[in-house]
Design a binder for this molecule. Structure first.
Ligand code: C5P
Length: 220
C-alpha cells in the first residue's frame, strides 16, 4: 500500500501505547513501541552488570545487544537473544532506571538508528510511538501527532494500569518524575511545528482512537 508512517509522541500515562496499537490495527499497519526498546536495553544492562551511570558502557551495550521487537500489534514481544522479556520490561524497577539509558545520547543515537531501520523494513506502513518520533526518528512521517493528557488523568490511568495498589508517591515517581528526567533530552510537552495535538484528558479509549484516526484522515 501507500506509505503511511504515523508518528505519535507523548508523556507517560497519556494512553499512547494502547491507543497507538489500536490505531495500527485499524489501519492494517505495523506498530512500533520505541519505549519498549529503551526498556529492553535497560533490562540488558541490569542483567549483564553494565553500570547505568557509565555512558560509554551503556552506549556500547546498545550497539552489542541482540534485541528483537515485534511490530505486529496482535503479537507483541520483546526478546534479548532467545530470552523473552516482554513482561519483565514493565517491572517498576525497569521503569525507575530507564531514564539512565534514555539520557545517554550515544544510546539514543543507536536506538534511533535501529528504529529508523524498523520503519523502513515495515515498508513505511507503521504507527510508531515514543517521545521523539515526530521530531527525531520520523520527522518526515505522513502524520505527526502529540497525544497529551492532564497530569490528573495521567496519574489516574497509570494507577489503574498498575492495579490500583500504588501509593501516591510511587505513582508520582512512575509518571511525573520519569517525565521530568526524560524532558531533559527530548521535548514532548509541546507539539513541534506541523505536529497535531490530541488531548485525551476528557476522552475515553474509543474516543481517543477516533480522534487520532480523524487526524490521520485529515493529514495523510
Ligand atoms: O513509553 P514508555 O513509558 O514505555 O518509555 C519508557 C522510557 O523510554 C521513557 O520513560 C523514556 O525514558 C524512554 N523513551 C525515550 N524515547 C522514546 C521512547 C521512550 O527516551 N522515543
Amino acid at each position: 500500500g501507500k506509505a503511511l508512517v504515523v508518528a505519535i509522541d507523548g508523556p507517560s500515562g497519556s494512553g499512547k501505547s494502547s491507543v497507538s496499537k489500536e490505531t495500527a490495527r485499524r489501519l492494517h499497519a505495523s506498530y512500533l513501541d520505541t519505549g519498549a526498546m529503551y526498556r529492553a536495553v535497560t533490562w540488558y544492562c541490569v542483567n549483564t552488570g553494565v553500570d547505568l551511570a557509565d555512558a560509554a558502557a551503556v552506549e556500547q551495550a546498545c550497539k552489542d545487544v541482540d534485541l528483537q521487537i515485534s511490530t505486529n500489534p496482535d503479537d507483541e514481544f520483546v526478546r534479548i537473544g532467545s530470552t523473552d522479556i516482554t513482561d519483565e520490561i514493565r517491572e517498576p524497577s525497569i521503569s525507575a532506571s530507564v531514564s539512565a539509558v534514555a539520557t545517554t545520547l550515544g544510546a539514543r543515537a543507536e536506538l534511533v538508528r535501529r528504529q529508523q531501520q524498523i520503519i523502513a523494513d515495515s515498508g513505511r506502513r507503521i504507527v510508531a510511538e515514543g517521545r521523539d518520533i515526530t521530531t527525531v526518528v520520523a520527522p518526515d512521517a505522513e502524520v505527526r501527532l502529540l497525544l497529551t493528557a492532564s497530569e490528573e488523568a495521567r496519574l489516574r490511568r497509570r494507577g489503574l494500569q498498575l492495579g490500583g495498589t500504588q501509593s501516591d508517591a510511587d505513582l508520582h515517581e512512575q509518571v511525573l518524575a520519569r517525565d521530568a528526567k526524560d524532558s531533559t533530552v527530548v521535548n514532548f510537552s509541546e507539539a513541534a511545528d506541523g505536529v497535531f495535538t490530541v488531548d485525551s484528558s476528557d476522552l475515553d479509549f474509543e474516543q481517543t482512537v477516533e480522534a487520532v484516526l480523524a487526524v490521520v484522515r485529515h493529514a495523510a
